[in-house]
Design a binder for this molecule. Structure first.
Ligand SMILES: [Zn+2]
Length: 418
């Protein structure tokens, strides 16, 4: 979730991190809010912006040129509750225990702060261990859920001022954590200043987000949508936090969200960097993440992916096949709108989230229907929008394949699989 209220929502011509001049290397075109599943009477007022990423030559940060106002993306009805996914529950339990048994081990009365703590999916593990904790969560509905479960949470945005207030009330933090939050924050330097202010001189800042290296390697361009104003690499993270006296001391790849990276930062000179940092920086140089031509190649790969998917859908439609989308994900909005997928090609999108059912997909207005309708009458093909959960889904949907159904996937390439 977004954790700052200072935004760069207008189209920018300068890097959000280092202020060097930047320009988009491609455009995905006119794009609606990725999570903006709408009712039929909301079509007229639907909001669009241009989804165009840029790469900063000077600091290596991959970023969006334009991001909608935060109130257009995050609001009271914010549909994403972290704890609804059992898989993510296990992931955050492991994340919490890695911190408790690692850097916090042996510390007297440690204090942990999580930025964008959602419904408390991660902090609950600190609470259960009796550790002092505080969540910072600007979305009121999910923050209320956390408080109802006994997890200390403040409903506000994180910045340097709040960091000073927290510090005055609770003392400095031994650990500051964030998961799938930092990449949402346009004013990253403002949050970095807050982290610097709140963290103990021997504290750690650990965050994880979708990883640029995976996106480039897999052409998983659906990571690019309004909420993800940045897609990080070890190279860009190291450079972005250095001006705030924070040093990258560890990196650890994660399988979540189709490929993520966990970054650990610490006040400069306070702890020795693990070998993983240099190894990752070398890998990124080999992959060309620090070079502009890599992104031109990525652009070409996105275009090939779009052509391949469009042709596949048209071919199957020409054969009279029924195609249904599987998973009304935020990621799917970029794919559907960039590839100009229509309700004629995809009958509906099946999703288990009640708040999305009966609504229309952003931009293309493909109906979202309950998962039961997928089960009741299997389509010939299911377009797997939730590809990052492919293993779990294919295990669950053996009945669909047994009935002759096939999956259409587009990451890392277009394929029809059983
Ligand atoms: Zn820059």
């Amino acid at each position: 979730m977004l954790v700052t209220n200072k935004t760069g929502d207008a189209r920018i011509g300068h890097c959000r991190i280092c202020n060097a001049q930047i320009a988009p290397f491609m455009s995905f075109g006119r794009m609606p809010i990725a999570n903006g599943f709408l009712k039929p009477d909301e079509i007229e007022s639907e909001y669009f912006f241009e989804l165009a990423p840029a790469f900063c030559d000077a600091c290596g940060m991959f970023q969006l040129i334009e991001q909608p106002q935060p109130e257009k993306m995050f609001h009271q009805q914010y549909a994403f509750y972290s704890s609804t996914s059992r898989y993510m529950q296990r992931h955050f339990e492991a994340f919490a225990h890695a911190v408790i048994n690692g850097p916090l081990a042996g510390r007297a009365d440690p204090f942990v702060v999580e930025l964008g703590s959602n419904d408390g999916i991660m902090l609950q593990h600190f609470q259960r261990c009796g550790l002092r904790h505080l969540g910072v969560e600007p979305s009121a509905n999910v923050a209320d859920m956390a408080r109802n479960r006994g997890i200390s949470t403040v409903t506000t945005f994180f910045n340097s001022k709040l960091a000073a207030d927290i510090s005055a009330e609770h003392g400095s933090a031994d650990a500051i954590l964030a998961a799938n939050v930092m990449c949402h924050i346009p004013d990253l330097p403002g949050v970095a200043a807050g982290v610097q202010r709140l963290l103990k001189s021997d504290g750690i800042f650990v965050f994880e987000d979708p990883y640029l290296g995976d996106m480039i390697a897999k052409t998983s361009y659906d990571q690019i949508y309004d909420e993800h104003v940045f897609i990080f690499s070890a190279t860009s993270v190291r450079r972005a936090f250095a001006p705030f006296g924070l040093e990258l001391v560890d990196v650890a790849p994660q399988v979540t969200h189709g490929g993520s990276m966990r970054y650990t930062l610490a006040p400069k000179g306070s702890r020795k960097a693990s070998e993983s940092v240099d190894q990752q920086l070398t890998k990124e140089a080999v992959l060309g993440l620090d070079r502009a031509e890599t992104y031109l190649k990525f652009k070409t790969n996105c275009e090939s992916s779009r052509i391949g998917l469009t042709q596949t859908l048209e071919r199957l439609r020409g054969q009279g096949k029924r195609i249904v989308g599987y998973g009304a994900t935020s990621k799917s909005t970029t794919v559907i709108n960039y590839c100009k997928i229509t309700p004629e090609q995809i009958e509906f999108i099946s999703d288990t989230t009640p708040i999305k059912q009966g609504r229309l997909s952003p931009g293309a207005h493909i109906p979202v229907r309950p998962y039961g309708e997928f089960l009741e009458r299997y389509p010939d093909y299911a377009l797997l929008f939730a590809w990052n959960h492919a293993a779990e889904i294919r295990e669950k949907e053996t009945g669909f394949v047994a009935a002759g159904g096939r999956w259409i996937v587009y990451v890392p390439e277009i394929a029809i699989v059983s």
